[in-house]
Design a binder for this molecule. Structure first.
Ligand code: NAP
Ligand code: MG
Length: 402
C-alpha cells in the first residue's frame, strides 16, 4: 500500500514518562506504516527543556504559529521533587502555560464516547466540549479579612490620578472582602477562540454568566461575546448551520443535564474549573478525554487531557507490564492530522485520521481495552490488554479498515 503524503509539516512536541513511551509506540504501529509522516520535531521532555533553558518550549510554540497545527505529548510540570529527580537548573514553568501564553489560546476538552463506557447522565449521547476562560476572576483576586466595623470601598485611580469610588459595604462587624478583575483583551480572545472552534467543529456554542446579578462585571462578558459574534461571526454561523446561544449560568446547568450533548459550553474561569471536572467524571475517564488549545488567530495544538501517568512509568522502568490507555494520545494525533488535512486539502490524511479513531472505538467496543476501562465498562467480559497489546489490537482493526 502506498503511504499517505503530507505537504506541510505538523509540529510534534514530544513529552515525558509513560506518555513518551506510548508516543513512540503510536508512531511506530499506527502512523509510520500508513503515512509519510512530515513533522517538525521538538523534544519537550524535561531533560531537553532543562538542557535548552526551556527555549525549546518557546520555539515549539513559535513553530505552531508558523505552521498552524501541533500535536503535544503530556509533559512534567516541575515541582520540588522533580528538581532533585532531574537535577534541574530551575523550576521551569508548565509548558502548557508557556505555550498558551504565546498562542493566547483557550483549551477545549472533549470526551471520547464508546459503547460500553456509559456516561452517568443517561441522556448524554454526544460529547459535551468545555471551553474554560483561563485568565482572571477569582484566580487573580485580592482578598482581605476585616476584623470589625468600618467602610470598604472599590477605588480606581486613573493615569492622571483621578479616583472613582464605589461603596462595597459598611461593616458593622467582622467579615471578608475580595477584589476581582478581568481584561477586555482577554475576554475578546476567549470569545474569538470559542467562535473559531465552534465553526471548525460545526457545533453550537453555549455561553453563560450571572449577568442579571453582576450587571457590570459579568455583563461585560456577555456584551463582548455578543458584539464580536454580531460583527465577525453571525453570517459564518448561519452558513454553517450552527447557533450561538447565551443564557444564565443556572439555566445553562439545568439545560446541560437534560441535553443529549453535541455542543461546546464556554465557561468563565471558575465555572470552567468546576464544570469540566463534573462533565469529565460523568463521561467516565480522564484517559478518554482529549484537549485542544485554539488561538483566536486559528492555530491549533492537540493533546490528551491527562498527565504523564508517572506511576505506570515507574512500573515500566522496573520491567513490569503496564496497561496504560493510549486513546486520548492517539486522538491528539488524529485531531492534528485531520486539521492538517483540512488546511492542506489533503483528504486522504483527514480520512486516515477518521479511520484510526474508528479503529480505536471498534477495538474497545469489541471488548479489547486497557485496565482503566475494564474497571468501568458495562461489557461483562472484557479482555484486559497491556499498553503495547492494546495498540497492536488497534493496528489489527485499522489494517482491516484501510
Ligand atoms: P496523570 O498522569 O493524569 O495520572 C494520574 C492517574 O490517573 C494515574 O496514576 C492513573 O491512575 C490515571 N491515569 C491517567 N491517565 C491514564 C491513562 N492514559 N491510562 C490509564 N490510567 C491513567 O496525573 P499525575 O500522576 O498527577 O501527574 C503526572 C505528571 O503529569 C505530573 O508531573 C504533572 O505535572 C503532569 N501533567 C501534565 C499534563 C499535561 O502535559 N497536559 C496534565 C496533567 C499533569 P492509576 O495509577 O490508579 O492507574
Ligand atoms: Mg479543577
Amino acid at each position: 500500500m502506498e503511504k499517505i503524503k503530507m505537504t506541510t509539516p505538523l509540529v510534534e512536541m514530544d513529552g515525558d514518562e509513560m506518555t513518551r513511551i506510548l508516543w513512540k509506540m503510536i508512531k511506530d504501529e499506527l502512523l509510520l506504516p500508513f503515512i509519510d509522516l512530515n513533522t517538525e520535531y521538538y523534544d519537550l521532555g524535561l531533560e531537553h527543556r532543562n538542557a535548552t533553558d526551556d527555549k525549546v518550549t518557546v520555539e515549539s510554540a513559535e513553530a505552531t504559529k508558523k505552521y498552524g497545527v501541533a500535536v503535544k505529548c503530556a509533559t512534567i510540570t516541575p515541582n520540588a521533587a522533580r528538581m532533585t529527580e532531574y537535577n534541574l537548573k530551575e523550576m521551569w514553568k508548565s509548558p502548557n502555560g508557556t505555550i498558551r501564553a504565546i498562542l493566547d489560546g483557550t483549551v477545549f476538552r472533549t470526551p471520547i464516547i464508546v459503547k460500553g463506557i456509559e456516561p452517568c447522565v443517561k441522556n448524554w449521547k454526544k460529547p459535551i466540549t468545555i471551553a474554560r476562560h483561563a485568565y482572571g476572576d477569582v484566580y487573580k483576586a485580592t482578598e482581605m479579612k476585616v476584623a470589625g466595623a468600618g467602610k470598604a470601598e472599590l477605588v480606581f485611580t486613573d493615569e492622571n490620578g483621578k479616583e472613582t469610588r464605589e461603596l462595597i459595604h459598611e461593616f458593622k462587624g467582622a467579615g471578608v472582602i475580595q477584589g476581582q478583575h478581568n481584561l477586555n483583551n482577554s475576554i475578546e480572545s476567549f470569545a474569538r477562540s470559542c467562535f473559531t472552534y465552534a465553526l471548525a467543529s460545526k457545533q453550537d456554542l453555549w455561553f453563560a454568566t450571572k449577568d442579571t446579578i453582576s450587571k457590570k462585571y459579568d455583563h461585560t462578558f456577555k456584551d463582548v461575546f455578543n458584539e464580536i459574534f454580531e460583527a465577525e461571526y453571525a453570517d459564518k454561523f448561519k452558513e454553517t448551520g450552527i447557533e450561538y446561544f447565551y443564557t444564565l449560568i443556572d439555566d445553562a446547568v439545568a439545560r446541560v443535564m437534560k441535553s443529549e450533548g453535541g455542543y461546546i459550553w464556554a465557561c468563565k474561569n471558575y465555572d470552567g474549573d468546576v464544570m469540566s471536572d463534573m462533565v469529565s467524571s460523568a463521561f467516565g475517564s480522564l484517559a478518554m478525554m482529549t484537549s485542544v488549545l485554539v488561538s483566536p488567530d486559528g492555530y491549533y495544538e492537540y493533546e490528551a487531557a491527562h498527565g504523564t501517568v508517572q506511576r505506570h512509568y515507574y512500573k515500566h522502568l522496573k520491567g513490569e507490564e503496564t496497561s496504560t490507555n493510549s486513546v486520548a494520545t492517539i486522538f491528539a494525533w488524529t485531531g492534528a492530522l485531520r486539521k492538517r488535512g483540512e488546511l492542506d486539502g489533503n483528504t486522504a490524511l483527514s480520512e486516515f485520521a477518521d479511520k484510526l479513531e474508528q479503529a480505536c472505538i471498534k477495538t474497545i467496543e469489541e471488548g479489547k481495552m486497557t485496565k482503566d476501562l475494564a474497571l468501568i465498562t458495562t461489557n461483562p467480559n472484557p479482555a484486559v490488554l497491556s499498553s503495547q497489546d492494546f495498540i497492536r489490537a488497534v493496528r489489527a482493526t485499522l489494517q482491516e479498515m484501510v
